[in-house]
Design a protein around this ligand. Structure first.
Ligand code: HEM
Length: 408
């Protein structure tokens, strides 16, 4: 049966107890209701939720689903477009081939492994700097003192945002990640408009004064025959900011929490830091930040993993649930920093596979290296049951992670 707003939501992914521990619900869904009907309380729209590993892998490649809202009838489009700066809304995650193929290939030409690798010394220095100032305080909120500033600084450097604009730039970005109660849609819209105006000016500046940065590189590919429109370029920068920031914040803080909850695994890393890249993969699997993918829309009526669905129905894949599927991962609820093979889905699947996965892994590896090397007395500064999780079911993360660094 196709879900509609009148059929009651069966599962509340947003309930505080589910945010704190979604795994029992996900186990139930994988076993009993693998294509579940869920109500999105923010949009008051139902969607189909996939939780099994193999269903997610298959569905991510299904051409009967589209990411492109423009292909929906007008009355549905309005619901999904949201308000604010439409100019920033034409990005990879809402495109299908052939546009997606063209823009992704241009982005890949600019966002090369060499450009990411070139950031290594700067990220290493930043990690050390943030860590020392946090450590000097004896205790700190890790989210605010380390996990938040690291990715925003790295992305600003990658894009080439001038040093003097960084503080202002950060305040606009921060608003997107502020819980609604503290900000509201109005503030988000205002920040989007300011960010858009800033990016327009910044692009013009880089056209006149090219530098060794990603925006200059994106402009260079744009100028080879007008293949990337200005709207696509602005949207690309916006996507890099949004997709690359919050996700990285929460892999650092969720990962640190899980290492503290599994002292045997933390000890293994202290004894052999060469295990850190493998630990990063396992933390991405175990507590990776992206829980729900973007919505995909059915282009026609068809049977999705055994469930008949209707044209225009929304489908979302639950990456975290799939990453805990015992069919794919033996003993999935065990954190095992040596796990191999570990074909997790934390960066998605198919054509929308994360463009920034190498950068994210580099940041996480360098961050965990300094944390493990320089914080021998690292521990939680509050009882675990006092930790508060954000209300979003799309990106799972802590509001704060109070840590202490001094010997007990
Ligand atoms: C797409 C995860 C960091 C840029 C995605 C998707 C996931 C993901 C799951 C696919 C979403 C979907 O299919 O609906 C992550 C995680 C990160 C991370 C877990 C950190 C641990 C980054 C960074 C950047 C980035 C650092 C860039 C600076 C992108 C872009 C896309 C994307 C541009 C869209 C790709 C496309 O549609 O072709 N990411 N991401 N991500 N990510 Fe990441």
């Amino acid at each position: 049966m196709t879900p509609d707003a009148s059929t009651a939501p069966s599962y509340d992914l947003w309930a505080p107890q589910v945010r704190a521990n979604p795994f029992p619900l996900y186990q139930y869904l994988r076993e009993k209701d693998p294509v579940a009907r869920v109500m999105d309380p923010h949009r008051q729209m139902p969607f189909w939720l996939l939780t099994r590993y193999r269903d997610v892998v298959e569905t991510a490649k299904d051409p009967r689903l589209t990411n492109d809202v423009e292909k929906l009838p007008e009355e549905l489009r309005k619901k999904f477009r949201g308000g604010g700066a439409q100019t920033l809304n034409r990005h990879l995650l809402v495109m299908d081939p052939p546009d997606h193929t063209r823009v992704r290939s241009l982005a890949t030409q600019a966002f090369t492994p060499r450009r990411v690798e070139a950031l290594r010394p700067r990220i290493t220095a930043l990690c050390a700097e943030l860590l020392e100032s946090m450590k000097a305080r004896g205790s700190a909120d890790f989210v605010e003192a380390f996990a938040f500033p690291l990715p925003i600084t790295v992305i600003s450097e990658l894009l080439g945002v001038p040093l003097e604009d960084r503080a202002q730039f950060r305040t606009w970005i921060e608003v997107f990640f502020t819980p609604p109660a503290q900000g509201g849609m109005e503030r988000i819209r205002e920040s989007l408009d300011r960010l858009l105006a800033y990016l327009e000016g910044f692009i013009e500046l880089r056209r006149r004064q090219p530098q060794e940065d990603l925006v200059t590189a994106l402009l260079a590919v744009e100028e080879q025959g007008d293949r990337l429109s200005t709207r696509e370029l602005l949207s690309m920068i916006y996507l890099l900011l949004v997709a690359g920031h919050e996700t990285t914040v929460h892999v650092l803080s969720n990962g640190t929490l899980e290492l503290l909850r599994h002292p045997d695994q933390l000890q293994l890393l202290r004894e052999d830091p060469s295990l850190i890249p493998s630990a990063v993969e396992e933390l991405l699997r175990f507590c990776g930040p992206v829980e729900l993918t973007m919505g995909r829309f059915a282009l026609e009526d068809f049977e999705l993993c055994g469930q008949p669905i209707k044209a225009h129905d929304v489908v979302r894949m639950n990456i975290l649930a799939a990453n805990h599927d015992a069919e794919q991962f033996p003993d999935p609820e065990r954190l095992d920093v040596k796990r191999s093979p570990n074909k997790h889905l934390a960066f998605g699947q198919g054509i929308h596979f994360c463009l920034g996965s190498n950068l994210a892994k580099l940041e996480a590896t360098l961050a965990f290296e300094v944390i493990i090397e320089r914080l021998p007395h690292l521990r939680l500064a509050v009882p675990p049951e006092q930790l508060q999780w954000r209300s979003s079911a799309q990106v799972r993360g802590l509001m704060r992670l109070p840590l202490s660094f001094e010997a007990p």
